[in-house]
Design a binder for this molecule. Structure first.
Ligand code: TUI
Length: 313
């Protein structure tokens, strides 16, 4: 058994959250993770509110267990999405790529547990003061939109700065990573990349294969002026690098990224699409059911904890 305060807070069996990845984390994956004792999270991304409601209903049909929705704060539908999660009484909301402060009163009034993703100590402090239930401290090893600080230094700094539970994310894909996160003071982990390679994940099979093939140096950070995105290297990232080298404008570079996550995740174009994935990609070696992913990680974590006793006297 591996139990932390986040299990009690969220009503889950294992302290493992699945990242709410846009275009990737649909109701099927979220339901499978929740049913296996973790917290499955639907990625709302920039999808229209009624599409997100459909995914919520899908999860409710498949499991009685708690689940979450991730709200992407750059979505043009953010206000309507807050309405949908409140109406549907979604048990947990995680947020990304922005400050959810102004929506906290509404979300809390609907009985929703709110867990923002933060990439800095300053925002962690501000949101803890505003009354969020927990925080996800996400290091820049993760895939997709990233901050500037790595998981190893970020997590203990956030843990020291707040008195609510902190969940570690970024670069974690196995039991060793889970134990390391606990050692840093985290109460649990969130994994995105590992769960992309879950059997139940509906992403295009070529996206999963690209992660399975990836080695240690196969991710790259693209972006400009504070908006950085970690993806697997491919033709798109080489074109991006050429553009950056010839001094292309931020607008031109932004233009290159439009629609590219959908191209990879839905169409399966892993050469010209944006294959968002973390540095943990090289740790992911097989596709297996979400329940097996969770079981194997917990088993490995318990073995690692036992093994650590040899260093004590
Ligand atoms: O949100 C993420 N990761 C994401 S979102 C995403 S969707 C996308 N699609 C196409 C192009 C680009 C992105 C892919 N990956 N992670 C959570 C996260 N949030 N990491 C960092 C932050 C963050 C950054 C700034 C949270 C808050 C914040 O606040 C700034 C402010 O307003 O104070």
């Amino acid at each position: 058994m591996l139990h932390t305060e986040i299990c009690d807070l969220l009503g889950i069996t294992y302290p493992i959250l699945q990242g709410g990845m846009a275009w990737i984390a649909t109701g099927e994956l979220a339901a499978a993770v929740s049913e296996a004792g973790g917290l499955g999270i639907i990625g709302a991304g920039s999808a229209p509110p009624e599409e997100v409601r459909k995914e919520i209903l899908k999860v409710k049909e498949r499991t009685e267990k708690p689940f979450g929705v991730n709200l992407y704060y750059q979505s043009p539908y953010i206000e309507e999405l807050v309405d949908v999660v409140c109406q549907e009484k979604v048990p947990v909301v995680t947020t990304g790529a922005g400050n959810p402060g102004k929506h906290l009163p509404r979300l809390k009034a609907a009985g929703i547990k709110v867990i923002p993703v933060v990439a800095s100590v300053a925002l962690a402090k501000r949101l803890a003061k505003a009354g969020v239930d927990a925080l996800i401290a996400e290091g820049m090893e993760c895939g997709g939109h990233i901050g500037e600080i790595a998981t190893m230094p970020l997590v203990p700094q956030v843990v020291d700065a707040v008195s609510i539970p902190v969940i570690a994310a970024g670069g974690i894909a196995d039991g060793r990573g889970l134990v390391a996160a606990l050692a840093l003071g985290a109460a649990g982990i969130q994994m995105g990349t590992r769960f992309i390679c879950a059997t139940e994940c509906q992403v295009h099979p070529r996206y999963k294969e690209a992660i399975l093939k990836a080695q240690d140096r196969d991710t790259v950070v693209t972006g400009f002026s504070g908006h950085y995105v970690r993806v697997l290297k491919n033709k798109l990232t080489r074109q991006y690098e050429e553009m950056a080298a010839r001094g292309a404008s931020p607008e031109e570079i932004e233009e290159l990224g439009i629609g590219k996550l959908r191209l990879a995740a839905v169409e399966g174009d892993v050469e010209w699409g944006s294959v968002m994935a973390g540095q943990s990609s090289a740790l992911v070696k097989e596709i297996k059911p979400a329940a097996a992913i969770i079981r194997d990680i917990v088993e490995e974590a318990l073995e690692v904890i036992k093994g650590l006793q040899r260093f004590t006297s």
